[in-house]
Design a protein around this ligand. Structure first.
Ligand SMILES: Cc1cc2nc3c(=O)[nH]c(=O)nc-3n(C[C@H](O)[C@H](O)[C@H](O)COP(=O)(O)OP(=O)(O)OC[C@H]3O[C@@H](n4cnc5c(N)ncnc54)[C@H](O)[C@@H]3O)c2cc1C
Length: 642
């Protein structure tokens, strides 16, 4: 063990920690708040909600995003819903149960105190969003409706058809616009953060590039908040928006912020299967469909080429219902994904290349009628038909696992502050709450909890000691960071080689999918760790980045992001190799139960792994810090969904 980390978990009983912590945190008085400037990078649900709330409190906020509008952040893509422990269905839900489901779903690799707080504030989020006018689905009586997501035996997911993220983001965006009009939030769209500036050990600013004019700018602040989303696109093909990347968090890592559990990446079981070599994006079919859909493959290999309607009920293997009778089609994502791969590996997959399983809503349509199914999931059926040309009301969907979400992220303590004072990290960009596997509908909950309800309480605790300490952008640290950014851009444009960015990125993605994807083993990870530096060298010697830096140049934007992925991939594999156990989505083939489930090693690995960049700009073996996870309330068990 090289070092330990202090998560600053408040003392006291689990259900009183957050209240006590708020009661004893330092405050910034209303007339002093306008003296503080806060940079928020990211305007998705996490960044947008934080910017709106801090603006409303009276702070001066500068909010950055690379899209042309805050309203286009990747959060808009979220489909299925958002969890909250409201127990509206009277089916036995509670704060404790949401907390327990989340800890268990994450295979006991997250912090009890953070997760309990998340479950506690979950109800406030729904009230806040309803007050903003978010059109959650309702029962005939007018009460808010719920459905179920994986890893839960209650219905606690609030939703707006299959476009929950969009509706939540519209609510958040209105709150943000109100603050923009009030002058407390200044928005910088189409502006990419390219470096973090550290002054006297504190995060005090960023270097950015205007993506339209190419202009490089410096911004100083009293604190910096990263809300820059996940890095699933390191795999090239994922369900994430094409723009999602690791640049902001990776460059903060290179400035000293610790990166936690980078190998914890989620593979979602219900995506439209890959259809060809030149595809650049995968599409999710929301997990919510598994409320009413049944997953199956033919029992016999010989039936795989038959039309599904020709395969009688007795010849179908509803393998999730068979293997996990109590959760059935709502087994968690990591488990459902591996089960799909297993039946395809047995040669019982359907569709092109045998890499697909059926998600069949026929029973539900018979029971509830097409109209009801359309009301619940209509837009998902439309998306499916546009992409595959098949009508899923008439025949089952074909689905296969794909990269979807990243549980890893920058390390933060209970206050959501990284190890660098003044640098906060919220939403998918941090590692905090989901352990080794996130439950469905919990990412929106976490992003909005962080932005609306947690950061606004914990940030003042830091700011209270920072009055009049904001540096000027003339400080040498800003000049140095700016010149490093310019040098990196020049180097990218100078290579002038023959290979396209996509071809290199695709090669990296295929390597990671094979060696650090759904299954991992020591030999494969070691091979990846040899090949990634070779690919990086190929990039820096042979990539072609057309255009120049003083204009709108999307190739240049992407080149910087791919360059960071090529370094970050090595960190992921290093982490996956060091974690010599299986847990949740991190499935090391060497460690499995006799039934093929993930086999944890709690004695040696009930820790967060947090990595520190070494190498003075060049890549060197990163340094590992470990944060031991203390379980005082839950009892660690082998996860069972049977
Ligand atoms: C298809 C799909 C469906 C999903 N459905 C659900 C669901 O039903 N329920 C659920 O709980 N979760 C769902 N998720 C997950 C969830 O949508 C995301 O985890 C969540 O929206 C992330 O929010 P965020 O605010 O952290 O980041 P994002 O929404 O990704 O926002 C990131 C922001 O950071 C900005 N940014 C990034 N880098 C930079 C930079 N260098 N400079 C400037 N700006 C930068 C971007 O412009 C953007 O504004 C889904 C995910 C996908 C892919």
């Amino acid at each position: 063990m090289i070092g330990t980390l202090d998560a600053k978990i408040p003392p006291g009983p689990l259900d009183q920690k957050w209240r006590n912590h708020r009661d004893h945190s330092r405050l910034v008085s209303p007339n002093n708040r306008r003296k503080f400037e806060i940079i928020i990078v990211g305007s998705g649900l996490a960044g947008g909600s934080a910017a709106a709330t801090l603006g409303e409190l009276g702070y001066q906020v500068k909010c950055f995003c690379y899209q042309d509008s805050a309203r286009r952040a990747h959060s808009i893509a979220a489909q299925g819903g958002i969890n909250a422990a409201k127990n509206y269905q009277n089916d036995g839900d509670s704060v404790y149960r949401l907390f327990y489901d989340t800890i268990k779903g994450g295979d006991f690799r997250s912090r009890e105190a953070n997760v309990y707080r998340l479950a506690e504030v979950s109800s406030n989020i729904i009230d806040q969003c309803v007050a903003q006018g978010v059109p959650f689905a309702r029962e005939y009586s007018g009460l808010l409706a719920n459905r179920s997501f994986g890893g839960a035996q209650v219905s606690r997911t609030f939703y707006a058809r299959g476009q929950t993220g969009q509706q939540l983001l519209l609510g958040c965006y209105q709150a943000l616009c109100r603050q923009i009009a009030a002058g407390t939030v200044e928005m910088f769209p189409q502006t990419e953060m390219l470096d973090l500036v550290i002054v006297d050990g504190h995060a005090k600013g960023i270097i950015s590039r205007d993506l339209v004019s190419g202009k490089i700018d410096n911004y100083a602040a009293d604190a910096v908040v990263l809300a820059t989303g996940g890095y699933g696109n390191v795999f090239y093909l994922s369900t994430n928006a094409r723009g999602c990347n690791v640049t902001a968090t990776y460059r903060a890592y290179k400035k000293g912020a610790l990166f936690a559990n980078p190998c914890f990446t989620q593979i979602h079981p219900t995506c439209i299967p890959v259809s060809g070599e030149h595809q650049s994006k995968l599409t999710l079919m929301s997990e919510s469909l598994r409320n009413d859909g049944r997953v199956w493959v033919p029992k016999r290999k010989e039936d795989c080429d038959k039309a599904p309607a020709e395969i009688p009920e007795t010849e179908r293997d509803y393998y999730l219902e068979r293997k996990y009778p109590s959760y059935g089609n709502l087994a968690p994502r990591d488990i459902s994904s591996r089960a799909a791969k297993e039946v395809c590996d047995e040669g019982r997959g359907v569709g092109p290349g045998g890499r697909g399983v059926y998600l069949d809503l026929a029973d539900a349509i018979k029971r509830l009628g097409e109209q009801t199914i359309c009301e619940r999931y209509g837009n998902l059926f439309e998306i499916y038909e546009k992409i595959t040309g098949e009508n899923a009301y008439k025949m089952p969907m074909r689905i296969y696992p794909a990269i979807h979400y990243t549980m890893g992220g920058l390390w933060v303590d209970y206050n959501l502050m990284s190890n660098l004072p003044g640098l906060y990290v919220i939403g998918e960009a941090n590692f905090s709450d989901h352990g080794a596997n996130r439950l469905g509908a919990s990412a929106l909950m976490q992003g909005l909890a962080d932005g609306y309800f947690i950061l606004p309480y914990t940030l003042p605790n830091y700011l209270a000691g920072q009055l009049s300490k904001r540096p000027s952008t003339d400080h040498p640290e800003f000049k140095k960071a700016e010149s490093d950014v310019r040098a990196k851009i020049d180097n990218l444009l100078k290579v002038n080689g023959k290979r396209s960015l996509d071809s290199i990125h695709r090669e990296l993605g295929a390597l990671l999918w094979e060696k650090c994807g759904m299954l991992r083993n020591k030999k494969g990870l070691q091979e990846a760790l040899t090949k990634i530096p070779e690919l990086r060298s190929e990039f820096w010697n042979n990539v072609r980045v057309p255009g120049d830096d003083e204009d709108f140049n999307q190739s240049l934007e992407r080149a910087g992001r791919v360059a960071d992925f090529l370094e970050f991939a090595e960190l992921m594999c290093t982490d996956a190799l060091a974690r010599d156990e299986s847990c949740g989505a991190h499935f090391r083939e060497e460690h499995q139960t006799s039934e093929g489930e993930a086999l944890r090693d709690d004695e040696n690995f009930a820790d967060v792994f947090a990595w520190e960049f070494q190498g003075n700009g060049e890549i060197a073996e990163p340094k590992l810090y470990r944060e031991p996870l203390h379980f005082e309330t839950v009892h660690l068990t082998q996860r069972s969904y049977k």
